[in-house]
Design a protein around this ligand. Sequence first.
Ligand SMILES: [Zn+2]
Length: 578
Amino acid sequence: MIKTKITPPDVRLKPISEAKEKESKENLKLVPLGGLEEIGRNMSFLEYKDEIVIIDMGIQFPEEETPGIDFIIPNTAYLETKQKNIKGLILTHGHFDHIGAIPYLIGKIGNPIIYATGMTKALVLKHQNDFPHATKLNIINVENGSIVKIGNHFTAEFFGVDHTIPDTAGVIVKTPVGNVVHFADFRIEYDALGEPQDLGNYQRIGKMGVHTLMIDSTNADEPGRSLSEKIVEKNLEDLFNKTQGRIIITLFSTMLTRIYEVLKIADRIGRKVVITGRSMTENIELAQNLGYIKPAKDLIIPIEEVNKYKDNRVMIFTTGSQGQTNSGLMKILTGENRYVRIKPGDMVIFSSSAVPGNERSIQNIKDGLCRQGADVYTSELIDIHASGHAPAEDLKTVIKLIQPQFLLPVHGHYFKRAANAKIGADLGMSKDRLMLMDNGQVAVLGNNSFKITKETVPANYIMVDGLGVGDVSEIVLRDRKLMSADGMFVIIAVVDRQTGKVKGEPDIISRGFIYMKESRELLGQTRKKIKETIAKTATPGASINWVYIRNNLRDKIGQFLYSKTKRRPMILPVIVEV
Ligand SMILES: [Zn+2]
C-alpha cells in the first residue's frame, strides 16, 4: 500500500580524474533532494561555507499504488537544521513539479526569499492562498536577464528558455568555483522554416564558461528534435476545420502558451469558447490578469450560454487529458456537467501526451467518449501535441553550445539520465565528466572538479494526504485514529460490467461504527444509496472507470452516513466486476 523507496545498486560512474585534478581549496556542495529517481519532486541546493541556495521545490504526483496519498514532497530534514544559512530559493517555472511543495516546506526551512519571474510568482501566490494558515511569502520578482546577488557568495542570472508555460527561466548560478547552470524544463522552438530559436543566448552562456550544466532528461531517450508549436497549431486548425460539430479540446491547464494560441484560432474560425474545469478556468483568468493572454472581446462566454450557439460555433476547453477522475472532461462524460454532455458528432481532441502511469485511465475515458458517439483525436494519430521537454537532438545542440566541464542530467529516472549522459559522451565528453547522481547524494565541486562523495542527506519520500504532511507511520496512525473513533465500514458490491448496475444486494461489513442488528433501516437505506451511486457513475454504454466509482462511492456514502449518524467511519469500497 505504502510506497517504500528502493535504492538502486550503486552503478554510477566514478570520477577517474580525481587524482589528476589539483585539489582546490574552494569547495561547493551540490545536492539533489528530488527529481533524480522519479518524475517530479524537483529540488536541489548548492552550499558554500555558511550559505545555501535552493533551486525549485516541487511535488510528485502519486501513483495508483499509493491510495490515500495526494502527493509526495521532498525531504528537507537537512535544510531544516541550517535555516539561517539559506539565502534564497530560485524558481525556474510555475509547474507544480517545480513549485508545488512550497506551502508545505517553506515555513520549515525558515521562509527564505524566493526569486521568481512574473507568471511563476503569480502561480506560487495563488497556490499559497489555498492554504489559509501557510506562511506569508517573501518573493522577489525577477525577469529573464535579471542578475541578483544572493548572499555573499552567489549571484544568479536568469535567462529565458522555451517550455509550455510563459516566463520559464533557466538560471546561471555564479559560485566561487564556477558557473552552475540549471536549464529548467526546456525545449527548443523552431520557426516555420525549421530554424531553431534563441540559440544565440545559449552560445553567450557557453562563452561565460560553465562548470556544471544541470539539464532536463525527461525526453533524453527520444530521438530527433522538438516538434514546432507552429506545426501543432497548424494541425489543430486543420482538424478544427474538418468538423461542423462542437469541438472539445483537453490539455494541461498550465500549457498556457498553447492555450493562448488555440484561443486565437477559435476567434479566427468564428467559434465562441467555453472553459470548464477548475484549474483551467483559474489559470486562464490568472494569465489574463497578468496580460500573458489577451483573448478577443466576447470570445470567452459563460458556460450557461453554451447551448445558445450552434454546434459549429462552439469550442470547449477542459481539463482531464490524463483521464483524471475529478476533471472537467470526466464530468462531461458522466453527465455531471449541467450544461455540456457528449453527443454524437462532437470532436474531442487530446492536445497532450500520456504521463507515464496514466495510460489506463486515459484509455477508459477515450473508450467512454467513443461509445457516446464522439470523434476522438489524440497525438498518436496526428501531431497535435509537442512536448515541453527537449529530445536527444535538442539536448545535443544545447550541450554543444554550453560546453560544460561537467554534465549533470536531472529530471527523470536513471535510464533517462543515462541516455542524457550518453549524448554528452557522443559529443566527446569523457566519462568522468558525466555525472549520474541519486537523490540525497552529496557532490563536492572544486575549481575544476566534481566529486560524488559517500556522504548523503535524507531524501526519502514524504507523503502528503488530505490531512497533512507526514511520513508513512503518521498516515497509518491517522487511519487507526479514524477507525478507533468512528469505526470502519466495508462495502462489497458486485457490478455487472455490461449494464453498470449492482447485481443483487451490496454486502456491508461494519466494525466499531454501528451495531448492525439494531440498524436495519439505516443499512437498507445505505444499500439503496450504494446502488444508486454506482448506477449514476457507471454510465451504461460508457466504459467503466473503477477507480472513479470507488472514490465516488467513498465520498457519497461517507456524506450519507455522516448526515444520518454524525460520525465518519473509514469507508472501504470493494467492487467486484463480473
Ligand atoms: Zn515544466
